[in-house]
Design a protein around this ligand. Structure first.
Ligand code: CAA
Length: 372
């Protein structure tokens, strides 16, 4: 992935960002190299690798470009993973080979206008009528949903009300349903005008009496919220890898620039103020990397990893923001113009403290895990 990122992604990244163009060619090449389904079994078309390998791959991509990295990460950990984990044999054989080959993209439809951090407040409904789910509602900020190769979105929808079989208060029964692109009644809105991640595809979705077969239910009816929380835990490792990669990319650029740029008769890398920034970043990146790998290793060993993944997500998002800011600072005025990658890196960093659970959600998850 490092070689691919340097040889194929780096020369294209600036133009893709500037023209807000989806990286079709790169995704197709990644698919050809077996990198669009890294952690899935080989008999389903995947790479047969583990979470740690996937984490390192995302890190190397984000070191060069975050738009391509989020496209791969959202497709893998959020879009394809639910089908891998809970799909029936029929669902897997319908979707996994094309998704792992990068011929189709999968997306994850959790967030709604009134259900962001409060993810359980889903109001999209799916009513079972004559063997079909009739879906009505809206989703927003959905990555990979409206490209020419988007294959499906897996959404959370309210499918009824339940009290969990006990005497507790009645609450929404949330289930997951696969909706293929092209289904009548399922529309993708115009892409958002974002601060960064300009070459990735992010749209609002609407469902208006959209009908899919009953067999498109993913996993058990009523398990939807828990399934999606589990997916988010794993997705947070991928997004942490993006933070580590982006921070490392910013440091790479800042270090190279500091060695080249001369002021007061010498390279600015000789000045202690610059050295302190570079040294601090290098130490913090290494610590964040190891925390991220630890979450991946815990997941691979089948150990609980909710806590570590949230800790890693919290630390790496903040680190990416700080590292890209310092990299721009080291570049001085040049850092503020788009010819230098650090300018794009700075815009791409901020979302890492928001997407896949805000910093405040990570703090909530961590505190709960610690018993608060
Ligand atoms: N794994 C499995 N089950 C879990 C779970 C987890 N990590 N977290 C909660 N659950 C279960 C609980 O055990 C509980 O089940 P029971 O009722 O049987 O006990 C049920 O789910 C409800 O849990 P909570 O009462 O804790 O739920 P809550 O409403 O208080 O919310 C929350 C918890 C942590 C705040 C959660 O809503 C959350 O994570 N919100 C943030 C959502 C988020 O990250 N959105 C990002 C969208 S994706 C994205 O951003 C992609 C992108 O950019 C590219």
């Amino acid at each position: 992935m490092r070689q691919f990122a340097r040889e194929e992604v780096a020369p294209a990244a600036e133009e893709l960002d500037r023209t807000k163009s989806f990286p079709y060619e790169l995704i197709s090449k990644l698919g050809g190299l077996g990198l669009m389904g890294i952690p899935f079994p080989e008999d389903q078309g995947g790479g047969g690798a583990d979470t740690l390998a996937y984490t390192m791959a995302i890190e190397e991509l984000a070191r060069i470009d975050s738009s391509v990295a989020i496209t791969v990460a959202a497709h893998t950990s959020l879009g394809t993973m639910p089908i891998h984990l809970w799909g029936t044999d029929e669902q897997k054989s319908e979707w996994m080979p094309a998704l792992c080959a990068g011929e189709k993209l999968a997306s994850f439809g959790l967030t709604e206008p009134e259900a962001g951090s409060d993810a359980g407040n889903t109001s999209t409904t799916a009513t079972l009528t004559d063997g079909e789910w009739v879906i009505n509602g809206a989703k927003q900020f959905i990555t990979n949903s409206g490209t020419d190769i988007s294959g499906c979105v897996t959404i959370t929808a309210v499918t009824g009300r339940s009290n969990g079989g006990g005497g507790g208060a009645e609450r929404k029964e949330i289930s997951n349903i696969i909706v293929p692109n092209g289904t009548p009644g399922y529309e993708q809105g115009e892409p958002y005008r974002k601060m960064g991640w300009n070459a990735s595809d992010t749209r609002p979705l609407s469902f208006d009496d959209c009908r899919v077969p009953e067999s498109n239910l993913l996993g058990r009816r009523g398990d939807g919220f828990k399934q999606f929380m589990q997916i988010l835990d794993g997705g947070r490792i991928g997004v942490s890898a993006m933070g580590v990669g982006l921070a490392q990319g910013a440091l790479d650029e800042a270090l190279a620039y500091a060695k080249e740029r001369r002021a007061f008769g010498q390279p600015i890398s000789r000045f202690q103020t610059i050295q302190a920034k570079i040294a601090d970043l290098s130490a913090q990146i290494e610590a964040a990397r190891l925390l991220t790998y630890r979450a991946a290793i815990q997941k691979d060993r089948g150990e609980p990893f909710t806590l570590t993944a949230a800790q890693a997500k919290l630390i790496t998002g903040r680190l990416a923001v700080r590292a890209t800011e310092e990299a721009v600072q080291i570049h001085g005025g040049y850092g503020y113009i788009e010819e230098y990658p650090v300018c794009r890196f700075y815009r791409d960093a901020k979302v890492l403290t928001i997407g896949e659970g805000t910093d405040e959600v990570q703090q909530m998850v961590i505190a709960r895990q610690l018993g608060c």
